[in-house]
Design a protein around this ligand. Sequence first.
Ligand code: AKG
Length: 303
Amino acid sequence: MSDRFDGYPTRLSEPAPHIERTDPTVWGRVTSPELAGFETNGFATIPDLLSPDEVAAFGAEIGHLAADPVLYGDERVIVEPVAGQVRSVFQVHQLSKPIAELLTESRIVGLAEQILGSAVYLHQSRVNYMPGFGGSGFAWHSDFETWHAEDGMPTPRAVSLSIALTDNFPFNGSLMLMPGSHRTFVPCLGETPDGHYRESLREQRFGVPSTDDITFLAARYGITQFTGQAGSALLFDSNVMHGSSNNITPYPRSNIFLVFNSVENALEEPFAAPQRRPQHIAARDFTPVREAAPETVSVLADQ
Ligand code: AKG
């Protein structure tokens, strides 16, 4: 048994109290006006992050990825449990040069640097396609819970940027979030099975809070939803509670997710899993996307 300190114990054999977060949410200096509410809510929206021309180009790009016969059977491609369509493609920055270039732009990586107060590297990239008539939802969860348990991420000093490539309506499976829930860590029940990621990326059973937990959090924080035109984006904290419903409409809801982690929060060994997840899900190349912008400062600098 490891004697490593764990401030976020999870995958337990019996229920444990929720943990109030002591780690900061905003580690740097926020200069983009759109990010003003991030500290309070644990997320912020950025309308019109991409232009209509970019939406068309990236939409075509992710269409090609989903249809590429070379990728059939590849571990990076996850298929919907019932409908059989492509649900997610991981490591898209390695499969698509335009996506690799996009994420290095200041308007993208600069958002993560402002929140995380350091240079950042890419922990994960993926497209969630959420196809019409068959896109299945994602159970309520905190990403950090999984990244901590299964990837060895020490603290919740990571953010995801979800960029809408189709309109995200209230009715086509758009992401629901609990504003403020990033301040509460919910330990989850159940020992992580071997190779859990193979199942969890299609349908998650471990690392999801109980219905009592979700009822409690919903009463405390409420539920809101990220909706917006194609080209808009959502930046969210790694511990915010979120999930989505099935998409039974004809309209796909396809978003690129880029996950940035602080270089000062590099992965260790998993805190609650028998082995590391593969690098297409949890990168262990901690090379910064770029040298952090000169205005990037860490809260730790003041201490
Ligand atoms: C995840 O992939 O962890 C998500 O929560 C995505 C949810 C969604 O795309 O609706």
